[in-house]
Design a protein around this ligand. Structure first.
Ligand code: ZN
Length: 147
């Protein structure tokens, strides 16, 4: 399978995140937003707890492939404590990066930057972006409810 072509650091970090995902589960009192990726079968249920426009807490559940789960775990690490504007900017940078269009993603995305390797595998881009799309929809829902 194509994943064997990815380098060992990438594989080690992705493997860690998929086996022991960070911020995995649900948040009591928060309605999860569910999103799926039909091309792979990944399902995510993302819970985001907001304090005003700050992402105070975040958790994900569902069933995803290795790439999807690792990307979800990295996403939660990247956005917790950020404002919605900062999180949306990160989502945009991530989306460009996995399509091979972003050169300076490193400092902002943290370990999520390792997902850059996915740009070599177009069929897996939707796995990697699923969590970020769920985050964007969660923020949109929050902003609609708040106004
Ligand atoms: Zn997948």
């Amino acid at each position: 399978m194509a994943l064997s072509r990815l380098d060992s650091l990438y594989m080690a970090v992705v493997s860690d995140h998929s086996k022991s995902p960070h911020h995995h589960g649900v948040i009591e009192g928060v309605e999860a937003l569910q999103l799926n990726n039909p091309t792979c079968g990944d399902v995510i249920a993302l819970s985001v707890k907001f304090d005003g426009d700050v992402i105070e807490d975040i958790a994900f559940a569902g069933n995803g492939c290795t790439i999807s789960t690792a990307s979800s775990s990295m996403m939660t690490d990247a956005v917790i404590g950020k404002t919605t504007a900062e999180a949306l900017e990160l989502a945009e940078i991530f989306s460009e990066m996995v399509q091979g269009n972003e050169d300076d993603a490193q400092e902002k995305l943290g370990e999520a930057e390792l997902m850059a390797g996915v740009s070599k595998f177009p069929q897996r881009v939707k796995c990697a972006t699923l969590a970020w799309n769920a985050l964007k929809k969660s923020i949109e829902r929050h902003e609609q409810l708040g106004q």
